[in-house]
Design a protein around this ligand. Structure first.
Ligand code: ATP
Ligand code: MG
Length: 654
């Protein structure tokens, strides 16, 4: 018998986009240099990273050894001492870059339209003060601090303050429930919570403090709660435990030298977004993470001194940690931060912000891009967007349709797109174009960043030939990699290092083409076995979305007596398109035309909306349950909108 094909790849995309010569000339990494970097890294990847670390980060004590690798535990820059807040702040206030003192570090806009700009000197001062506040509340090096906040500058201040004194932050996305917060507080035994009275979201107040009250009720490791006044709604303050931010900051000293931390000192814990199951506390440490995020920010986003960089992710996700705060500030760049929803008060809020602040680099998620497409081009066209020069995406595979739209309608054909693949676990970007050096193909995250080594393998862990689907693995350690799962080394081994010997299993399916370009195919949990064919749900979704009336699609497998698995599709339509039996027929035919008869959806349901996590990812495991006709579904604590589920169950079937 032939070895079965691990995952059959059916998506064919042939378009290639070359960077504009003008862009190439000014790029931070030009083609010759890019090739040299790859060679250098292949010869000696430890030395490659050590060079980058020396060029781009500052250390109090140099490391003695670049990498100590005892599978699956890595230590990077062993013996070195540094501090992330020092790299993000102090070094822009002294020495040759001291002119950055009064450069904007954070440009912030609240949902109601209020704004604040914090220069590097401002941010440094606030961070020092808050670091002293934390200390005066008994927070010591190594203690865990939960941060549960809206997207306001105090969130960045709190996290940088933790790093200054070596406290470990655990940021819990402000959209999570009290229960989710409680679980995370207990798991990490956090001694302090930093929060706000509320935050603005679509004109409503998100009641953060109320959730904190529930989360720390009864037996709790939390000794103090510090509350920023943001929305000025009525909240209750518990004497002795709760303190207003403005009160405790009032007399705090601005003097707080950064702690000299070991390179492997824990930096933060972040629970993954939960598309696959029970959230796990991913642990990152100081030195390697700093190097990885600083270097990738500078070269992938081509960061220049006069750029205005906007990553739309909430800081509650890893994208916000690495590319709203740490990587961007470590480069002394200007980071834009927006508190609210993209459709408040109108669906063009993002484009208004881009024009208002002259955003030059814009980084968002495919789910957002598809939403903008659905809302219609006319809202984008009201704005010039002429300041933009580079676009990025992260979070999911981007379907070619959305990529082309992003390029044409947002980038006006002038901005390179960097489709960046990475995970909470990887700390920073691993597979990505370098915008001045790599030709892009819509839907492909292209090649590994120099110093990163990835392969696509079959069930036996053997590399598969070009253009065959398989499992994406990382074959060597990298600086920003997770160092474990908080309190659970066994689960760390199990989840990432047990499936294939000696390599890190990403959980994602992919294929690599003849040019060494990676095409991500979604999670392997989302691969279906349909009548002996192993198909990636993402590719069928991509085919559906390429039909002009389809805004978004999710495809899952449903148990079927004959085929083993039947293909079930959930489709949401463009505004003004009506669902009908003819359309259902047409869409099923469209998939056959694009991919072939094996992929024809057996069921096709029209849905107003799809169940998503708060970071905008489709929760396919819930859809699997619905497609199978199960009435109760699994863990929904990370679901954005519960009513979507009820409405989906009611949606009639094909
Ligand atoms: P959980 O691990 O809790 O189930 P999650 O995997 O969604 O949640 P993240 O770490 O935020 O949490 O997301 C990483 C995943 O997102 C990747 O493993 C991959 O599936 C997907 N992803 C991220 N960027 C890209 C990209 N550019 N192209 C394709 N997929 C991407
Ligand atoms: Mg994951």
């Amino acid at each position: 018998m032939d070895t079965p094909v691990t995952i059959q790849s059916v998506l064919k995309e042939k378009r290639v986009f070359k960077p504009d010569p003008g862009f190439v000339r000014q790029a931070n990494l030009r083609p010759t240099e890019y090739r040299r970097w790859h060679k250098e890294a292949e010869r000696n990847f430890e030395q490659f990273w050590a060079r980058r670390a020396k060029e781009h980060t500052d250390w109090f004590t140099p490391w003695k050894k670049v990498l100590d690798w005892r599978l699956p535990f890595a230590k990077w820059f062993v013996g070195g001492k540094t501090n992330i807040s020092y790299n993000c702040l102090d070094r822009h206030l002294e020495g040759p870059n001291s002119w950055r003192r009064n450069k904007a570090a954070i440009i912030w806009e609240g949902e109601p339209g209020d704004q604040r700009v914090l220069t590097y000197a401002d941010l440094h001062r606030e961070v020092c003060k808050f670091a002293n506040v934390l200390r005066s509340h008994g927070v010591k090096k190594g203690d865990r601090v939960a941060i549960y906040m809206p997207m306001i500058p105090e969130l960045a201040i709190a996290m940088l303050a933790c790093t200054r004194i070596g406290a470990i932050h655990s940021i819990v996305f402000g959209g999570f429930s009290a229960e989710a917060l409680r679980d995370r507080i207990l798991d990490a035994k956090t001694v302090c919570v930093v929060t706000a009275d509320g935050g603005w979201r679509r004109g409503q107040i998100v009641q953060l403090k109320k959730a904190v009250d529930q989360a720390v009720e009864g037996d709790s490791p939390v000794k103090s709660v510090i509350v920023v006044r943001r929305t000025e709604n009525e909240i209750s303050m518990t004497e002795g435990r709760d303190h207003w931010w403005h009160d405790v900051m009032h007399d705090a000293s601005t003097h707080c030298p950064p702690a000299k931390l070991d390179s492997e000192h824990p930096l933060f814990i972040l629970y993954t977004s939960g598309t696959t199951g029970k959230p796990k506390g991913i642990l990152h440490t100081t030195g390697g993470y700093l190097v990885h995020t600083t270097v990738t920010s500078k070269y992938i986003f081509d960061l220049k001194e006069d750029d205005t960089f906007w990553c739309t992710a909430d800081i509650g996700w890893v994208t916000g940690h690495s590319y709203v705060v740490y990587g961007i500030l470590a480069n002394g760049a200007t980071s834009v931060m927006y508190e609210g929803a993209p459709n408040w008060p109108d669906v063009d809020r993002f484009w208004q912000i881009v024009d208002k602040y002259g955003v030059t680099i814009f980084y968002t998620a495919p789910t957002a891009i598809r939403t903008f497409m659905k809302w219609g081009d006319e809202h984008v066209k009201k704005h010039s967007l002429s300041s933009l020069r580079l676009l990025g995406t992260v979070g999911e595979p981007i379907n070619p349709e959305a990529w082309i739209w992003y390029n044409r309608v947002i980038g006006k054909g002038r901005c390179p797109i960097v489709d960046t693949w990475w995970q909470t676990e990887t700390g920073g970007i691993l597979i990505t174009p370098l915008p001045g050096s790599v030709h892009t193909k819509p839907g492909s995250a292209t090649r590994t960043f120099p110093g990163i080594f990835a392969e696509v393998v079959n069930d036996q862990g053997e590399p598969v030939p070009p253009d065959q689907g398989g499992y994406l693995v990382l074959t060597r350690p990298w600086p920003g990699m997770l160092r474990g799962i908080w309190g659970d080394n066994e689960r760390y081994r199990q989840e990432y290092w047990s499936r294939f010997r000696g390599v890190y299993f990403t959980g994602d399916g992919a294929r690599c083409d003849k040019n060494g370009y990676f095409w991500l195919m979604g999670r392997v949990d989302d691969v279906m076995n349909v009548a002996g064919h192993r198909l990636s749900t993402m590719e069928i979704e991509s085919a559906l979305v390429s039909h002009p009336v389809v805004a978004e699609a999710a495809v899952v497998g449903r148990p079927d007596d004959i085929k083993g698995t039947a293909v079930a599709a959930f489709v949401s339509l463009e505004r003004e398109t009506k669902a009908s039996e003819e359309l259902r027929h047409e869409l099923r035919g469209h998939v056959v035309k694009e991919i072939g008869a094996v992929a024809r959806p057996d069921d096709l349901r029209f849905a107003e909306a799809l169940p998503k996590t708060r970071s905008g990812k489709i929760m396919r495991r819930l859809l699997r349950d619905i497609a199978a006709g199960e009435t109760s579904v699994g863990d929904t604590t990370t679901l954005e909108d519960y009513s979507v589920l009820a409405r989906l169950r009611e949606s009639e079937e094909a």
